[in-house]
Design a protein around this ligand. Structure first.
Ligand SMILES: *[C@@H]1O[C@H](CO)[C@@H](O)[C@H](O)[C@H]1NC(C)=O
Ligand SMILES: *[C@@H]1O[C@H](CO)[C@@H](O)[C@H](O)[C@H]1NC(C)=O
Length: 390
């Protein structure tokens, strides 16, 4: 009796010890992936080399990918392709296009401007995101994404999506500025900022140059929302006052403001005026913006650092037009499961910033250019233009 009780005790003790280590292990595993407060614990397997910086040849190249509309992969069919193309076309063509663009342009950074996944076709949002951003992750390039109006239509809400995206390998996306960042701003010491996926990224000067430790190009990302109802009428989302206050505050924080580029999904109402102006690219469908004008253009004009804005949402528009000294450029539909125009190739935009050269080597940004490439045999390059020159 005695010895068997002792053995039982010994077993129970070992068993408890085992349970305890198991719990510790699980706790570690889980807390690594949990959000603490509003800030994600960043424990990616692989993070890119940061900060973002110009290359030693004085250039920084961004690939804009608008509206991938990813579903579930091989089983998700293409929309609006020629009858002859339909049979052998799926989300894998979107992945293939992304891989080809990365190989051809060798960008330094990829900006995904929303409707990355087409929620209503996606069985599992996490799975679709992993597939959609897969080629970017495989390339090992730093990348960032914001949300469109369709991303949240699957198994994750907008906050969950941005948390997940911020934790993906090589992603430099963020959910929102921290409370600490917000309280350091000149204007708007608000605690809460509307939306998910409002953040700024700084690009530093060329290695070894006297601006190697300074941010010389800013990239602003904003959440333009999904749908809203205004006085009983459904419309698209818009960028709210809290977001504009934050943006303005960041820009005010600089003594020498470097040039900046902004990225958001849904165009602003003023983009409609471009129908009457000279544009570069195609204007083939109505601008599907919000009925609310929240003053984004006035804010950008008053900041004076944003030289160009890159949007998505209207897949059949791929133009750049000039409003109040700021270029507004569409990316043009990238993904095969998104609507498009049969025979009008899916496309992507490239943005190139070039530094000036002084006696002491590379200086600040001197020139910003853009062009697009079509998903045809040659990845045809079209509509190259200058956006800004110092
Ligand atoms: C989609 O990919 C397949 C396989 O690589 C290819 O044969 C087909 O032409 C592509 N379709 C389009 C529309 O690009
Ligand atoms: C930039 O920072 C690094 C590391 O702190 C330092 O070694 C280097 O001298 C700095 N370069 C310039 C131009 O300030």
């Amino acid at each position: 009796m005695e010895s068997s009780t002792a053995a039982n005790w010994k077993h129970s003790f070992l068993y408890l010890g085992f349970l305890y280590s198991l719990l510790c292990f699980l706790h570690n595993q889980i807390s690594h992936n949990l959000l603490i407060g509003h800030r994600p614990v960043r424990v990616k397997k692989t993070s890119p080399d940061l900060p973002l910086r110009f290359r030693s040849d004085g250039t920084f190249k961004i690939l804009q990918v608008a509206d991938m509309h990813y579903g579930n992969g091989a089983l998700t069919r293409c929309r609006d392709v020629l009858d002859s193309e339909f049979e052998h076309c799926s989300d894998l063509n979107t992945s293939r296009f992304l891989k080809r663009m990365i190989e051809a342009e060798k960008p330094d950074f990829i900006a995904f401007t929303g409707d990355n996944i087409f929620g209503s076709s996606s069985v599992d949002a996490a799975e679709s995101l992993l597939r959609a951003f897969g080629p970017a992750i495989e390339s090992g390039l730093p990348w960032a994404a914001i949300l469109g109006n369709h991303d949240q239509e699957s198994t994750m809400n907008r906050e969950e999506l941005m948390s997940f995206i911020s934790l993906m390998d090589y992603s430099v996306s963020q959910i929102n500025p921290s409370a600490e960042d917000l309280s350091n701003l000149a204007r708007g010491s608000r605690k809460k900022i509307d939306g998910f996926g409002n953040y700024d990224l700084r690009v530093y000067g060329a290695p070894g140059s006297h601006l190697a430790n300074s941010s010389i190009l800013n990239l602003f990302f904003l959440d333009s929302g999904d749908r809203e109802t205004v006085q009983g009428v459904r419309t698209y989302g818009w960028i709210k006052e809290s977001q504009l206050d934050w943006l303005h505050g960041i820009s005010q924080g600089y003594q020498d403001k470097p040039p900046a580029l902004a990225f958001f999904h849904i165009p602003i109402p003023e983009v409609r005026q471009l129908w009457y102006k000279k544009i570069i690219g195609q204007f083939q469908e109505a601008v599907a913006c919000s009925s609310v004008n929240s003053g984004v253009l006035q804010t950008l004009v008053s900041m004076r650092d944003v030289k160009a804005v890159f949007m998505g949402h209207d897949h059949n528009n791929d133009f750049c037009g000039y409003l109040e000294n700021i270029w507004f450029c569409y990316g043009g539909g990238f993904g095969y499961h998104g609507y498009g125009k049969a025979g009008w190739r899916r496309r992507a935009r490239v943005i190139l910033a070039e530094l000036g050269k002084g006696e002491k080597g590379w200086m600040g940004v001197e020139r910003i250019k853009t062009w697009k490439r079509l998903d045809d045999d040659k990845l045809s390059k079209i509509d190259e233009q200058l956006l800004w020159e110092y």
